[in-house]
Write a protein that binds this ligand. Sequence first.
Ligand code: ZN
Length: 416
Amino acid sequence: MPTADRLSGGSSPADQATVRRLNLALLMRSLADGGPRPRARLADDTGLNKATVSSLVAELIERGLVIEGNVDRGGLGRPGRTVELDPGGVRFLGVELQVDYIAGLVLDLTGRVIARRRLGRSMSELGPARALGVVADVCRDLLADCESRVDQVQSLHVAVPGLIDQEAGVLSFAPNLHWRDVDIVHTLRGRLGWTDARITVDNDANMGAVAHFAVGELAGTANLLYLAGAVGVGGGMIVDGRIARGAAGFAGEVGHMPIGPADRLCGCGRHGCWETVVGLASLLDAVADADDPVHDERIDLGARLERIRRRADRGDQRVAAALTEHGRWLGVGVSMLANVLNPEAIVLGGHYPVLRGYLEGPVVAALRAGSLAGPNVVCRLEFSTLGFEAASLGAGHAGIEEVIADPTLARLGAAG
Ligand SMILES: [Zn+2]
């Protein structure tokens, strides 16, 4: 492990490369958090000397990460051109492959969404090979939508609802897709032929948590639990500012806590899992018979959920009772998780926000009643405002974070 002394004063080429990489990251972080500034102010703000900053900025320009902006005349001394993150350079794709849809978007380095797509389709029916073919098509369409070139693509992060072996790039098990051991990364690399782009796969709830950590009202919340409401219910945890993955990377499978009714069969093959009462499928079954259009996967999920909400608003007894029960079960698990993890905030995403008016009461009541620490230290309960693209947004931001943490991942000569 390098000591502080070696980091600042090491003399071997490896030490120097490490120091330079850390300083590049420091500069990128400063630009991402603090916005455009001239080199002299960047030197003041980072504690690096001006010559070093100039050399680092030159490298970041070469890597296609920063550009020179306007002349800044605000400060003391000689006016200098500002330096800022380059919104026209590298691109970050985030795509989520869900049980019943694919969503994807493209971000520039500043985090702005420059293209987005969503496609309703039953992925379990398609099977892994064809579904990944659709993912590749969506990626190509997204690039065309924002008129970006393949050589601008820095990374593609794919979010999938299941257990992920990140190092191997393999989806180990996705209970609700009924997929096992799908080599996501190598398959997509072959389909896309994007030899220079980094392609990775991660759990969808982890990526949803990253999205809320990166943008919006809860941005920067160091201890945050995100629950992704879908056919399955995954949990993504940010603990002390980092995704908590567990020993094998499989943490967060809250949907399979055996706290539901013992007679309910889960997609994982067990009985009584939490998601058999708080998952989307259980909700749809409870509110309407099988031939009702709310079950029709060809209709956009958002529109189907709106239809359910309107029925409840009109006083439909079956729907109202089902939503109350859904909220009650949601509260049971959420209060347990609050006691175990003690997050600052729990964010409910996926199908939950559309039905907030019916779910919030029972969940908040359960949180208050179940908090061992007492009602005054109950964590915040928030409903996501990121819609059905939280995981893809988080996947895109995961790519940005990688490059900020290690700017040498960006390819030399990517500028222009
Ligand atoms: Zn289960």
